[in-house]
Design a protein around this ligand. Structure first.
Ligand SMILES: Cc1ncc(COP(=O)(O)O)c(C=O)c1O
Ligand SMILES: N[C@@H](CCCC[NH3+])C(=O)O
Length: 466
């Protein structure tokens, strides 16, 4: 992943060497700034609370594992984007986490909603979201999904292949409507993030290449299709990105494309969507930019490019997901076993097994993502030990947090909280090993309620027709 090193309050002393022994805490009870939602604090008795609700009460009532959203924090982040990007349309990327309540919260805070499958669209519509506020993505939307989007009257459909343009044009013409469309382009940016979550380099499945001329051809096909109302172009360079350099290149190339389109076709397309991808802090090594700063940078970049091409400022939009949902939730696990393992090079790594794992958060296994953790039900004076928090799955790569210092007296029954669990954890969860997916609860003003209930083994058995 992309990391900018900052010496954090805790992980500053690099005094222990050996595999994974990169950071040594000075205080395992402290909560590092920037990793936790605004309503998380350690109470005087040592226990964590979220928006006034102690984690032991949550664990007793909803069980573990559980995703715990801090509603006020998510709303603040959504509102922060709406305010910082005033004049832009800010689409919340529902792929990061979507439930009916979350869809309503972000829209109440002034946002739009990005969906990328018929399933996400169904949740948005069931939540009562105005279809005009919905953008529909996907590199392989089925006929049924395109029909559903037209039927609902979604605000934008972002097209991603020549085949899709033809399909959509035909479906829209058959219904006697014009589909409002953006063409997704690849700006040729090598974003500094994990290969699997970078999306603007040339050799991958998303978008039309600007350099090969495919983007221009796609625009011309859309302009020539009576069923399509081409509104503009769309670029998304990847996810968990900290540097603005990639966005700068994308802005230059997309506005350059808008200028080339104007020159070739005589049409100035009115809209430009710059996608999402704004990184968040999972550990003290991550140093994301404040939203206001991002907005200033992007506005300045757009102004500069418009000035140099002579184009009017387009109607702009972005699609943050992780930056809104990610820090707003923590994952709560219960420790089941603790196993110190002597390492070949000397030293000990303590494997702390929790009651979930790669089925509720695959990011560590899939992207070598880094997370942090703390013991949540109590404070401890015990000396810190290097731990690896692992799951209960039949897989040695089933790691939740690769390296974290936890108190040496950690024991079965302790609760572990992992911050930054709001994005791409529940939304990418699976039933591997027939483990039911955990519930998602939201806490606000000292009360909690369920957004998504816990699956049960009966839910899984009900799928089995044998
Ligand atoms: C087209 C598009 N928009 C928005 C997003 C949201 O990205 P993030 O959650 O990193 O902001 C993604 C995912 O990377 C995406 O593919
Ligand atoms: N799922 C990825 C990001 C991809 C986002 C969708 N384009 C993650 O967890 O980081």
């Amino acid at each position: 992943m992309s990391h900018t090193h900052v010496a954090g309050a805790i992980h500053a002393d690099v005094s222990v060497s050996g595999p994974g022994w990169l950071r040594r805490p000075t205080d395992v009870n402290a909560l590092v700034d920037g990793l936790w939602s605004s309503g998380v604090r350690r109470r005087p008795d040592g226990e964590l609370e979220v928006a006034g609700v102690p984690v032991t009460a949550l664990a007793a009532e909803v069980g573990t594992p559980a995703y715990v959203f801090d509603e006020a924090d998510l709303r603040e982040r959504a509102r922060g984007f709406a305010e910082a990007f005033a004049g832009w349309r800010v689409y919340y990327a529902g792929k990061s986490f979507l439930s009916k309540d979350v869809a309503r919260w972000v829209v109440e805070e002034g946002l739009y909603l990005d969906v990328c499958t018929g399933g996400e669209l169904a949740v948005a519509l069931a939540a009562g979201i105005d279809p005009a506020r919905i953008g529909f993505h996907g590199n392989n939307k089925s006929l049924a999904e395109l029909q559903a989007a037209l039927e609902a009257g979604v605000g934008r459909i972002i097209v991603d292949s020549f085949i899709e343009i033809a399909r959509l044009a035909e479906l829209a013409a058959a219904r006697g409507v014009q589909a409002p469309v953006l063409v997704r382009v690849t700006a040729g940016v090598e974003a500094h993030t994990h290969e699997y979550i970078a999306t603007a380099h040339e050799d991958q499945k998303f978008g039309f290449s600007i350099v090969t001329g495919d983007a221009m051809r796609a625009v011309e096909e859309c302009l020539g299709a009576p069923g399509i109302d081409l509104r503009g172009i769309h670029s998304h360079i990847g996810s968990q990105i900290f540097e603005t350099a990639g966005f700068e290149v994308a802005v230059r190339r997309t506005i350059g494309l808008l200028a080339a389109i104007a020159e070739r076709t005589g049409q100035i397309l009115p809209e430009l969507d710059l996608g999402g991808g704004f990184g968040i802090a999972y550990t003290t090594l991550d140093d994301p930019r404040p939203t206001v700063e991002l907005a200033e940078h992007l506005n300045a970049m757009v102004e500069a490019e418009c000035r140099s091409t002579g184009l009017p400022r387009p109607e702009l939009s972005i699609e943050p997901g992780r930056a809104i949902s990610g820090p707003a939730a923590l994952m709560l696990y219960e420790v089941g076993t603790v196993k110190p393992v002597v390492l070949a090079g000397g030293g000990v790594r303590t494997y702390v097994s929790v009651d979930g794992g790669m089925s509720d958060n695959i990011r560590t296994a899939l992207y070598a993502a880094e997370y942090s953790a703390t013991v949540a039900n109590r404070a401890s004076d015990a000396a810190p030990v290097l731990c690896r928090v692992v799951g209960k799955h039949c897989e040695s790569g089933d790691i939740v947090v690769r390296d974290e210092f936890l108190p040496g007296d950690i024991a079965p029954g302790d609760l572990i909280a992992v911050p930054g669990a709001g994005a791409y954890a529940r939304s990418m969860a699976s039933n591997y090993n027939h483990v039911p997916r955990p519930p998602v609860v939201a806490v606000a003003d000292g009360r909690w309620r369920t957004l998504l209930r816990r699956e049960t083994v009966d839910d899984l058995l009900a799928l089995d027709m044998g």
